[in-house]
Design a binder for this molecule. Structure first.
Ligand SMILES: C[S@@+](CC[C@H](N)C(=O)[O-])C[C@H]1O[C@@H](n2cnc3c(N)ncnc32)[C@H](O)[C@@H]1O
Length: 387
């Protein structure tokens, strides 16, 4: 078996890199423009592969590789100069990925992005992305995945898009199914349609949310909301990854404690997240107190300081940077080269390595995807209403 060579675009702190390392793959080139992210990347992986700077200036020097990976920033697409309903990827960072795919033609690519990619602009955003990628010589598959199904205590839904370069022997897009964990869930009429790419919908004509899973090729797609993912790993509660000893600096301030005590009780699980209390009538995130018997809500780069407030035992506090690392599936000390404040932001932006490792593990060096393994029969849920 040949060692797979990967390129990591928009690398951040190296979420894809960790996954590739675990599979024994070689990351030959990486790029990010953020100074803080690059400090971490250098510290963890050495200076050799990472090229700091705006990717617009660097795309031409990306070397040959087998797998392109990247969690690209979400930017608006312009509709200027195009017929109504279609968007133009020109001038965006996403377009740079398309350029590299055309130039280097890796065997695979794996892109990652936020869940709302499927719904933005009534599906128009995702249609633009799929449309651009499906013009290339790749068969596409996408899936909405949740970090909580990969052994992490976090409700974090992310879309991954897998591209498989077509070869003369493998022109049929159907053989590439890799992301549903169990094909027996696709039945009857749907299975017939799946088998007949000529009956698939045309991408630009789709004017609605895209389903959670699908295939696309040559301008057409077939998509389904699959049954909810039954997990590759047992579900883990937030309580299981918390630090035992946490300094007082993470505790609520007096002012925060005051309003916290004025909250109304909620005591429900929503998407696996335990909500203990909230401001009267309040859906406002800023006033929510979370418990630790479920998973954490999605960690983000902006909410870390102000909004993520937990009752942990008898204490009211926010999560530590080390707990952020664990909830995202990174080693505790991964971001030690930057300040605690910056760590929240970098972890909040990152892709959870176990989630993308599951996707990368589907790819083999002969350029073919492995079929999904039969699902493990785990209990449906640990939480009242976890999905
Ligand atoms: C969603 S984050 C990806 C995080 C990464 N997957 C990780 O695990 O940390 C997007 C990244 O794109 C980088 N970025 C944004 N604009 C860029 C540009 N023009 N050139 C290179 N990197 C850029 C940001 O600095 C950020 O780290």
């Amino acid at each position: 078996m040949n060692v797979m060579r990967t390129v990591e675009l928009f690398a951040g702190i190296g979420g894809f890199r960790i996954a590739a390392d675990r599979l024994g793959w070689e990351t030959v080139w990486a790029n990010d423009s953020s100074e803080k992210a690059c400090i971490v990347y250098h510290d963890r992986f050495g200076p050799k592969e990472l090229h700091q700077g705006d990717f617009t200036e660097l795309k031409a020097v990306v070397p040959d590789h087998d797998v392109l990976t990247g969690g690209f920033p979400c930017q608006p697409f312009s509709s200027a100069g195009k017929k109504e309903g279609t968007r133009d990827a020109r001038g965006t960072l996403f377009e740079l990925i398309v350029d590299v795919l055309k130039m280097r033609r890796p065997k695979f690519f794996v892109l990652e992005n936020v869940k709302r990619l499927l719904t933005m602009e009534n599906g128009g955003h995702f249609a633009t992305i799929l449309g651009s990628l499906a013009e290339l010589d790749y068969a596409l598959e996408w899936r909405l995945l949740n970090a909580m199904h990969f052994g992490l205590p976090q409700n974090r839904e992310r879309v991954v898009i897998l591209g498989v370069r077509k070869t003369r022997e493998q022109l049929d897009p159907r053989i590439r199914l890799a992301l549903p964990e169990d094909f027996s869930t696709i039945k009857g009429r749907q299975r017939d349609r799946l088998a007949e790419p000529a009956t698939w919908n045309t991408i630009p004509e789709h004017k609605a949310r895209f389903p959670d899973w699908g295939l696309a090729s040559a301008g057409r797609f077939f998509g389904l909301d699959l049954e909810k993912f039954t997990t590759a790993c047992p579900l883990v509660r937030l309580a299981a990854v918390l630090q035992d000893t946490v300094p007082a600096e993470f505790d609520f301030t007096e002012a925060t404690l005051k309003w916290a005590h004025e909250n109304d009780p909620v005591n429900r699980f929503i998407h696996g997240v335990e909500i203990l209390s909230n401001q009267r009538g309040g859906a406002r995130m800023g006033y929510t107190i979370f418990g630790t018997n479920g998973v954490a809500p999605t960690l983000t780069s902006t909410t870390s300081r102000h909004y993520e407030r937990y009752k942990i035992g008898e204490r009211y506090r926010r999560l530590t940077n080390i707990e952020y690392a664990r909830i995202q599936g990174f080693p505790d000390e991964h971001c030690k080269a930057v300040s605690v404040y910056d760590q929240y932001q970098l972890f909040g932006n990152a892709v959870p390595p176990p989630l993308v490792e599951w996707v990368l593990s589907r790819l083999s060096d002969d350029g073919i995807t492995r079929h999904a393994l039969p699902r493990r029969k785990e209990p449906a849920t640990l939480f009242d209403d976890a999905n």
